[in-house]
Design a protein around this ligand. Structure first.
Ligand SMILES: Cc1ncc(COP(=O)(O)O)c(C=O)c1O
Length: 450
């Protein structure tokens, strides 16, 4: 048995993969990735693939960046892990200060966890408890968007709105007020830009006028609803929501797990519209995409509500075993350092432009109904009939077929239904983008015959 076969056989026998129909898994043996170098992943057979999805939206500076590896190795010489319960350590403190410095507005406190889902869970619990301890205990419910995705833990699933992922858990979830999804091409309100005057955001006004007394917070993925299919919100959308929240004294939670750390062309998507959230969820790119670390940022105003004497029990009774792991903090600090010294966000601008130009040709293809892009996040939506906007039958799994075909052209990407997601690392060169687009174009042509 070859090494690859041996690994595959262990995988098939024992490994349950995320978001995967395991019955179909044996029919399509996966690539076995064993090395990463820069923007490329290398499999056990020595084949090289461009990481066109940043290993699920996390890779910022490329794989195995020497500065991040060195920071982790250096930290290992001093301290592998120590708890933040009753103790602190230098890198947890320094990273919290750095995050307070680089995040927008008055976010001055960092609460660590390990994944985007937990960063969201923590934001929801903080928002809820904030009002319990601020003399407004009736403020208990949340507002979220149609088709939102905030992670897979139950609180995050409650505010999530993707039927396919979330429906089965219905009886376990708490009720949420739902805004129409800001998806202009198929506007749920049947309106058109710009005459709609952001009616989908404005819908928050009557909702809060009626229920604001009971609503503690709104949660939104600012500018891009990622898992919904890279749905890019119209300009001014996030700011409108933020202004209405402020007017009605409802906390604003920005879930920047996917959009943070330069993905959208600015360090944080909130900056695109001058929005200053009360709570912000960070994950994915926080460590440059190297180790699991997340942070929920809070303003001093929110934080103050948790201060009191011991027996007032205003404490935030929450904390995970690996909270603020020193190795992950070392990676995050090294990544933030690289972002500043190498001016990574500014440096990505020409690459974003190059991607936009290249996507114009993809958008003209017969079975591409829409291309959506914000920064280095792009979605290429396929359709059976472009003129009438008629989708393919989902059982055809066209998105899946396209990404499998792209592998033969040296690129790893992922679909969300029939939207093919492109999420190249911020360190991508224009040549990398050319490879990505050429592989995508060929794959779509092969699969759709168009
Ligand atoms: C906006 C957003 N929030 C939260 C999450 C959950 O993050 P994680 O998978 O790290 O739990 C994701 C993951 O894709 C996301 O896109």
């Amino acid at each position: 048995m070859s090494r690859t076969q041996e690994i595959l056989s262990q995988d098939l026998d024992h490994l349950w993969h995320p978001f995967t129909q395991m019955k179909l898994w044996p029919g399509e043996p996966p690539l076995v990735i064993e090395r990463g170098k820069g923007n490329y992943l290398i499999d056990t057979e020595g084949n090289r693939y461009f990481d066109g999805v940043s290993s699920l939206w996390v890779t910022v500076h490329g794989h195995n960046h020497p500065a991040i590896n060195q920071a982790i190795a250096e930290q290992l010489k001093h301290l592998d892990h120590s708890t933040l319960l009753g103790l602190t350590h230098p890198l947890a403190a320094r990273l919290a200060a750095e995050l307070a410095r680089v995040t927008p507005g008055k976010l001055n406190k960092a609460f660590y966890s390990e994944s985007g889902s937990t960063a969201v869970e923590i934001a929801l619990k903080i928002a809820y408890q904030y009002w319990q301890q601020s003399g407004r205990p009736e403020k208990k419910t949340f507002v979220a968007l149609g088709e939102a995705y905030h992670g897979d833990t139950l609180g995050a699933v409650s505010v999530g709105g993707i039927e396919l992922f979330h429906q089965v858990y219905g009886p376990l979830l708490f009720p949420v007020h739902r805004l129409p999804q800001p998806f202009c091409r198929q506007c749920p309100l049947g309106l058109k830009r710009p005459s709609c005057d952001l009616a989908c955001a404005q819908a928050l006004e009557p909702m809060l006028a009626q229920h604001g007394r009971e609503i503690c917070a709104l949660i939104v993925e600012p500018r891009v609803q990622g898992a919904a299919g890279i749905i890019v919100q119209p300009n001014g959308y996030v700011r409108r929501l933020w202004e209405i929240c402020r007017k009605h004294d409802v906390l604003f939670i920005a879930d920047e797990v996917a959009t943070g750390f330069g993905r959208t062309g600015t360090l944080f998507a909130c900056e695109l519209e001058g929005v200053e959230p009360d709570l912000m969820c960070l994950g994915k790119g926080l460590t440059g995409g190297v180790l699991p670390l997340a942070a929920t940022m809070a303003t001093d105003r929110v934080y103050q509500a948790f201060l009191g004497e011991f027996d007032e029990f205003k404490t935030f009774f929450h904390g995970h075993t690996y909270t603020g792991n020193p190795l992950a903090c070392a990676a995050a600090l090294a990544s933030l350092g690289l972002m500043e010294t190498n001016r990574v966000v500014e440096g990505a601008a020409p690459v974003i432009e190059h991607l936009a130009k290249g996507l114009e040709a993809i958008a003209r293809m017969d079975h591409v109904v829409q291309v959506r892009q914000q920064g280095l996040m792009a979605g290429v939506e396929l359709a059976r009939d472009k003129a009438t906007d008629t989708p393919y039958d989902p059982s055809l799994r066209m998105g899946h077929k396209v990404i499998m075909a792209a592998r033969k052209h040296g690129v790893i990407i992922r679909p969300l239904g029939d939207t093919v997601v492109l999420m190249p690392p911020l360190s991508s060169t224009t040549q990398d983008i050319d490879l990505l687009l050429s592989a995508l174009g060929q794959a779509i042509a092969e699969v759709t015959g168009g």
